[in-house]
Design a protein around this ligand. Structure first.
Ligand code: CDV
Length: 334
């Protein structure tokens, strides 16, 4: 019998700044119940699920923004979600803003198994946007670098009811290294939540480019790492800011097998064949047989673009024009 996981992305439509946690959690429970009615065993909720995407607001004093953060998980307003999930025997992934007891702020997600136990925690590593407002500070911003510290827990893989699940958050999905680090730990499924507005302050790509880049990132991550990807959006319009939506489930073949059709609350579900992932791992992406980590040193040695590494026996051409910024230290150039 094939190993399978019935899994769903629970897309959440816009959450307005005035909505209470209790109101949001009621919506999440409805989504959970709908997913459970379709025999789903794991439900993925978005990034910062419990509030509006508050990093769009500039607030110099972080202490004045504590209302957006959770100081305990589950707190009293989120407990009903844990209770209902346990009753239904469904696990879930939930993104939220975390304020730790010693004052650190993270963009966090958790994995909860079907008994209601938190089995994994992740703190977002790739924080996009800016640390200070761009242009008119009253206009929608993207200030994750102001609100959050870079996650300190690494990229982990957790056993959720017998399936190895890796997690990340939103912008992480655009970075190839994220999926690879999770795959190297045996992840069979990568789950993630996201809030993707149509652009950033000062940077407004074509709306359809935002969607194609989003799907491409999921598809490449799934295919090149022989795993399933489940991505849940916060969608619709929040306080005037439009999100791309597009929650999707992607197979290890890189195919989008299910995708949200609307911009509101919506369950998108599939039965993920985990043996399909195993088949890809066993042949085309047999890491043991084919990877060459000794050739990938630059990935961990360099952050930004730098000079070409000299190829033995070849004199490098001087770079001109619009090539990458040339690093000058010997360490950067090896
Ligand atoms: N919440 C995010 O991480 N959003 C980014 C936007 C700002 C580009 C994303 O990668 O979708």
């Amino acid at each position: 019998m094939r190993r399978q996981l019935s899994v769903a992305a629970a897309q959440v439509g816009g959450i307005q700044p005035g909505e209470t946690r209790e109101e949001v959690v009621r919506r999440l429970i409805l989504l959970l119940e709908e997913a459970a009615a379709r025999s789903t065993r794991l439900v993925v909720f978005p990034e910062l699920t419990l509030t509006t995407f508050f990093p769009r607001y500039w607030a110099q004093d972080l202490a004045s923004t504590d209302r957006w953060f959770e100081t305990e998980m589950p707190g009293p307003s989120v407990q009903p979600l844990f209770d209902r999930a346990r009753e239904l025997g469904v696990g879930f992934y939930l993104g939220y803003a975390e304020l730790t007891g010693d004052g650190h702020r993270y963009n966090t997600s958790i994995l909860v198994d079907s008994t209601g136990r938190i089995v994994g925690r992740y703190r977002k590593i790739h924080l996009p946007g800016h640390a200070r407002p761009v242009g008119d500070e009253q206009a929608p911003q993207h200030l994750e670098k102001h609100y959050f510290e870079v996650g300190d827990l690494g990229l982990g893989v957790f056993d959720v009811d017998g399936v190895r699940i890796g997690m990340c958050l939103c912008n992480d999905r655009r970075w190839a290294e994220v999926y690879r680090v999770l795959a190297l730990q045996g992840a069979e499924v990568v789950v993630l939540g996201y809030n993707s507005p149509l652009g950033l302050p000062g940077w407004q790509p074509e709306p359809h480019h935002m969607m194609s880049a989003h799907l491409l990132s999921l598809q490449a991550g799934a295919y090149q790492n022989s795993l399933w990807v489940v991505a849940a959006a916060k969608a619709g319009v929040e306080d005037g800011a439009e999100m791309i939506g597009g929650s999707a489930l992607v197979s290890p073949a890189g195919e989008v097998v299910a995708r949200a059709t609307g911009t509101g609350d919506e369950v998108v579900q599939t039965v993920a064949d985990l043996d399909l992932a195993a088949a890809y791992r066993a042949e085309i992406f047999d890491f043991e047989a084919h990877r060459r980590p000794d050739q990938y040193r630059l990935i961990t040695e360099r952050t930004g673009r730098g000079a070409p590494v000299p190829v033995p026996g070849q004199v490098p051409e001087p770079l001109t024009g619009h090539g990458p910024r040339i690093a000058t230290t010997t360490q950067e150039t090896r």
